[in-house]
Design a protein around this ligand. Structure first.
Ligand code: TYM
Length: 334
């Protein structure tokens, strides 16, 4: 299916689990905000995904709403984009079932995120966690998505969505668009502040790993001050030799709009202490308008609920149409 540029569809999502952090913002949400001016954008809060690791029900309910507020405070505009909760549109799980029938077990066994989580939550590994990339493929394919803006860690999952789209189309006819991941060069993999060799993660044990989007300014500055850096004293970008400083440079660059080259120049001859202080201030400044809006939204949850409801209605219209086509193609509606 050929679409003109304005009609390209963008789909992306985040899980309402753990703590949404600066990596989620810089790696994904920041691009979403920019893309909504160019394309038809659909953004979901994927609660079924979050359930693949046990969530306390009351907390999950709160997190779902908070994640929606984070999208809005970051600048996702409900007049331009569709924002909805995954479980409000039942076609997601319906399509996931059909895609399950063409996904292969060894394919899913290759997924790095599954392998990582399976190691960490050994006693809790459930079938949902294994199966999760198929649900993610359903999320994407339902909307005939062209572009999927994500961080580096989701690349493999988008690849699987591409494989399943092609496989389905070969078996049953041309129903799905083969989607393409959009991964930024900078910010696609923000690393943990306490360990710059591992990505910043929602489920990290220590809060020193991440900057939560809701962290207070002083805490943000403190966390950056304490971030693990490398031996030596030069502020230069070299991911292999200086993973800690390189991570902070990436964060600083995205938060300030300055290029890494500019920053390297600015900090020639200066020490890590000065540099970290300024990174902290840049991040605080960058998050300030977002945090202000988030506070306001938290005072008006009903407004957010309404946005989600109307988003679900809009999403449902597209999802139901695709599901009809899928059912017809596979021979289960008559
Ligand atoms: P999730 O909720 O883990 O993360 C949301 C988005 O944030 C990106 N991200 C990062 N980017 C840079 N540095 C980091 N340290 C970092 N950590 C996370 C993720 O790549 C993601 O883009 N499976 C997805 C949610 C999902 C989805 C989808 C995404 C479900 N269905 C369909 C796109 C399309 C996930 O767990 O993201």
């Amino acid at each position: 299916m050929q679409k003109d540029f304005k009609n390209k569809v963008v789909f992306s999502a985040a899980q309402p689990s753990g703590v949404l952090h600066l990596g989620n913002y810089l790696g994904a949400i920041k691009q979403w905000v920019e893309l909504q001016n160019k394309h038809k954008c659909v953004f979901s809060i994927v609660d079924y995904h979050a359930m693949t690791v046990y969530q306390e029900p009351k907390k999950l309910r709160e997190k779902i709403l908070e994640t929606a507020m984070i999208y809005l405070a970051a600048g996702i505009n409900p007049e331009k984009s569709t924002i909805f909760i995954q479980s409000d549109v039942s076609e997601h799980t319906e399509l996931a079932w059909i895609l399950n029938t063409i996904a292969k077990i060894p394919e899913l066994e290759l997924m790095t995120q599954f392998k990582d989580k399976a190691k960490r939550f050994r006693s809790k590994v459930n079938v949902g966690l294994f199966n999760y990339p198929v649900l993610m493929a359903a999320d994407i394919l339902l909307y005939k998505t062209d572009f999927v803006p994500v961080g580096e860690d989701q690349k493999q999952h988008v690849e699987l969505a591409r494989t399943l789209a092609r496989r389905f189309n070969n078996l049953y006819g041309d129903i799905f668009v083969v989607p393409q991941a959009i991964i930024r060069k900078e910010g696609a993999r923000i690393m943990g502040l306490d360990d710059p060799l591992k990505k910043m993660s929602k489920s990290a044990k220590s809060p020193a790993n991440y900057i939560a989007l809701t962290d207070e300014p002083n805490l943000i500055k403190e966390k950056i001050k304490r971030a693990v850096t490398d031996s030596g004293k030069e502020v230069i970008y070299n991911k292999e030799k200086k993973p800690g400083i390189s991570n902070l440079l990436e964060i600083y660059s995205l938060a300030s709009g300055k290029t890494i080259k500019q920053l390297e120049k600015e900090y020639e001859g200066k020490n890590y202490g000065e540099f970290k202080k300024d990174v902290g201030e840049a991040v605080v400044g960058f998050l300030e308008p977002f945090q202000k809006d988030l506070k306001k939204l938290k005072e008006n949850p009903d407004k957010v609920r309404k946005i989600l409801q109307s988003g679900a209605e809009k999403a449902k219209l597209i999802a139901a149409k695709t599901m009809q086509e899928v059912k017809k193609a596979v021979g289960i509606n008559y």
